[in-house]
Design a protein around this ligand. Structure first.
Ligand code: URA
Length: 238
């Protein structure tokens, strides 16, 4: 028989609110189970039941996964005393323990995965896994064939540390160059430091994809959406 849970515990597990808040909300009639208002917090439910809070369906999934188009100006942290965080952008989601998978700098935009699945995050970030991260950047000055070759060999971004080979595609080489760079690591400020190592400065940076999963073009900066079941499966199989 499917696991039975008290309704208030079920909603607390999802992270909708505290147990006492939830009891109050249930008694006020804000929760429906399979289409019917339930006012008893002790009512038993199973994960297969359809539970709605304020008419919005809530999902009793163990983990949640979102793709966020991170805008510039927010920090990739769960909380920050001064700046808005990526989790503030997902405030509408009543999900417990979300965190960003890896970090993008405050001024970097683009693909950021948000989840509460620690195992998946660990896998995607593991240096052993060599998960591709694709970036688009605008760089001050002309990016050259020499830079391309240097990145292919790996560049020293700190004493004693040479990066793994990285693929640099030059889209435009001018006073402001435009490039795409694929790296398989995620060192602090890695892309900026790689260009610094060849005497250049990144003035705009956006992550286009991670592990081959691309930023949804329908997401404007600051917008997010849940991953589809096939995207989740794909990431788990990397
Ligand atoms: N490399 C950087 O320099 N910054 C980022 O945010 C991501 C990769």
């Amino acid at each position: 028989m499917a696991k039975q849970l008290r309704l208030d515990k079920y909603l607390a597990d999802i992270g909708i609110g505290t147990r006492s808040e939830i009891k109050l909300w249930i008694r006020k009639g804000r929760v429906k189970v399979n289409g019917e208002v339930v006012t008893k917090p002790e009512r038993k439910v199973v994960p297969e039941d359809e539970v709605c809070f304020d008419e919005k369906k809530v999902n009793y999934e163990k983990y949640s996964y979102y793709m966020l188009h991170k805008p510039s100006g927010v920090v990739s942290a769960t909380r920050d005393n001064l700046s808005k965080t990526v989790l503030d952008l997902l405030e509408g989601e009543k999900v417990k323990d979300l965190f960003p998978v890896g970090r993008l700098d405050k001024d970097t935009e683009g693909f950021l995965l948000i989840t509460n699945d620690g195992k998946l995050a660990h896998n995607l970030l593991s240096p052993k896994k060599h998960v591709d991260k694709l970036y688009f950047a605008k760089v001050k000055g002309k990016v050259t064939r020499e830079d391309q070759l240097a990145f292919l060999e790996g560049v020293m971004i700190e004493e004693g540390y040479r990066t793994l080979p990285a693929k640099l595609i030059i889209q435009k080489s001018d006073d402001i160059s435009e490039i795409e760079l694929t790296i398989q690591e995620g060192k602090f400020h890695q892309v900026k430091r790689m260009f610094h190592a060849v005497g250049k400065e990144v003035i705009y940076l956006k992550r286009l994809s991670m592990g081959g999963l691309s930023l949804d073009p329908n997401l404007a900066p600051g917008e997010y959406r849940p991953l589809t079941a096939s995207e989740i499966k794909y990431l788990k199989n990397l």
